[in-house]
Design a protein around this ligand. Structure first.
Ligand SMILES: Cc1ncc(COP(=O)(O)O)c(C=O)c1O
Length: 361
């Protein structure tokens, strides 16, 4: 007998999100390079705020996140009343889909785009629409051509995960200006802090009514385990998102730790510089081994192998050496491995192991 208890249509079609693996059976000295985490972790100031928050665990947190929004506003030169905070930027993506897309509506994202766009679109009952990229890079013309009068949201990550590529502000402006009137462009800036001098496309947001930005404390701030993200956009859209946000979606610990992290921009600058240095080193070392990658602007490299079989074999070899990188077949890149830029010893370790795999050590 079929149960009469059934989820909303489409929910059972959602493929479960698989995070980067963290363990290898039988191995203890693991180096995890599969989730684009900051190898240095959070700043000392953030850790101190985290410890202090233990004294307030019996208190309900703020519902309006005013102190964190102020810190974000002051750090990025934007209006705190147009910031919304969530449980990772994942939650902001989810809010956007819940609020703006439903059955019959289309949510666009790029061929190698972040998996949560599809999941959140389907959770809202909307139709996910995947749009081809050009050489692993967002293709504005293809996105505009894919728009219809049912398009409600268009997600692009800049830089994109897992490709590491980025498009210019002029191209983003062209996209925003060419969208149908009922559609919102979402600029996912999860890796924006890694790009020297890039503010995530703020000017585009300030000048338009149809652009929203999402950001996270999970990457350069080293707080992926704590789950804090935020969105910024036109007042009317942020007001809508706040209506579906749970009043206590973030704990005191999340709010206070993120506030201290946002105020420690010296730490962010140091992490950005170190990442850039090691990213170049890693990409060049892999190129020398015959493994090309596009110039990455994030904290990871998308290493391209000759075939999916070679990528899989290399992944197995790395696991045997206690190194976990990310297979990206679910991003339609079965011949690639995404390797997070770890600390110097991790970068050396992964290059050494890949050289072994290639018989070039
Ligand atoms: C492009 C992109 N957007 C958003 C996220 C979500 O990050 P979080 O929910 O931790 O803020 C990630 C995480 O990997 C990402 O790669």
């Amino acid at each position: 007998m079929t149960s009469q208890i059934q989820p909303q249509p489409g929910i059972m079609d959602i493929a479960l999100y698989e995070g980067g693996a963290a363990t290898v059976a039988g191995k203890s000295n693991i180096t995890k390079l599969s989730s684009n985490e900051n190898p240095a972790g959070p700043s000392d100031k953030a850790k101190e705020a985290f410890a202090r928050s233990a004294h307030q665990l019996h208190r309900y947190p703020s519902t309006d996140h005013a102190a964190l929004r102020l810190a974000i506003g002051q750090t990025h030169g934007l209006e705190p009343e147009r910031v919304v905070c969530g449980v990772g930027s994942d939650e902001i993506i989810h809010f956007l889909c819940q609020a703006y897309a439903g059955p019959g509506d289309e949510v666009l994202f790029t061929e190698h785009g972040f998996l949560m766009y599809r999941i959140s679109a389907m959770a809202a009952g909307a139709t996910p629409v995947e749009v081809v990229e050009r050489e692993r890079t967002t293709d504005v013309a293809a996105l505009l051509a894919a728009c219809t009068d049912r398009t409600k949201l268009v997600f692009i990550a800049n830089p994109n995960n897992p490709t590491g590529t980025m498009i210019s502000e002029a191209e983003i402006a062209q996209l925003a200006d060419g969208l149908p009137p009922q559609a919102i462009l979402v600029l996912d800036g999860a890796y924006a802090e890694y790009v020297d001098g890039y503010d995530g496309g703020l000017a585009l947001i300030e000048a338009r009514e149809n652009v929203v930005m999402t950001r996270t404390f999970s990457k350069i701030y080293g707080l992926g385990g704590l789950r804090i993200g935020w969105g910024y956009g036109p007042k009317a859209i942020i007001d809508v998102l706040n209506r579906i946000r749970g009043p206590f979606n973030l704990s005191n610990t999340q709010l206070e730790t993120a506030e201290a992290a946002a105020r420690d921009q010296d730490y962010v600058a140091r992490c950005r510089a170190e990442n850039a240095r090691l990213r170049v080193w890693l990409a060049e070392a892999l190129a020398t081994l015959g493994i090309p990658s596009d110039t990455s602007l994030g904290n990871f490299i998308l290493a391209r192998f000759a075939s999916s079989e070679e990528a899989e074999a290399c992944d197995m070899h790395l696991r045997g050496e206690g190194l976990i990188v990310r297979r990206v077949a679910s991003y339609k890149l079965p011949h690639c491995l995404r390797i997070t830029v770890g600390d110097e010893s991790a970068c050396r370790r992964v290059v050494h192991a890949i050289a072994q795999f290639k018989g070039k050590d």
